[in-house]
Structures are given as structure tokens and as C-alpha cells.
Design a protein around this ligand. Structure first.
Ligand SMILES: [Zn+2]
Length: 91
């Protein structure tokens, strides 16, 4: 039995996705232009297409807030920017 794929966005919201739903395999791009493969449900796939990556990701900023259980958005902005700028240092 094939492993069911989950929508990257829904998964982070803890939302259950029906396995029968057709999932869209697509990519977003990091600052260096490298493709980052993600799986999206129909709803989020359409959302990404309509908004474009930047607006789409910004509209799901809450995921990042929830991940660190914090409402200190200014802190998160600096954290995110710093991590992005220095991501190579992590590996
Ligand atoms: Zn979804």
C-alpha cells in the first residue's frame, strides 16, 4: 500500500486530509532559487497559484508562530531572517 501524502500546510495546522483527495506535488523556492518540493491539497495548491509564493507563505505565517509557541512576532522575524542568512552554518 502506497504511503499517503499529506498537505504540507494542512499538516502543520494539524488538519486531517482525506486520503482520497488528489494531492498536488509542487515546489517552492528558497532564497538561492533552489526548489523545495512540497505536497499540497487542492485548496492550498490553488491558494499558492493565486497568491504567489511570497503572499502564500506570509498568509501562513501562523505556522511559524505556532511552531515555537510564541506571539513575539518581531523576535520571530529576526530569528527567521538570521536563520535564513546563515542556514549554511547549520550543516
Ligand atoms: Zn492543505
Amino acid at each position: 500500500m502506497a504511503k499517503s501524502k499529506e498537505c504540507t500546510i494542512c499538516k502543520h495546522y494539524g488538519k486531517e486530509v482525506e486520503q482520497t483527495e488528489v494531492m498536488d506535488h509542487t515546489s517552492i523556492y528558497d532564497n538561492m532559487g533552489n526548489a523545495v518540493p512540497i505536497v499540497l491539497c487542492r485548496e492550498h495548491s490553488v491558494d499558492l497559484f493565486k497568491k504567489g509564493q511570497k503572499k502564500f507563505l506570509m498568509s501562513h505565517y501562523q505556522i511559524l508562530v505556532d511552531l515555537v509557541d510564541s506571539n513575539e512576532k518581531r523576535f520571530l522575524e529576526v530569528l527567521e531572517q538570521t536563520v535564513k542568512k546563515n542556514v549554511d552554518a547549520l550543516y
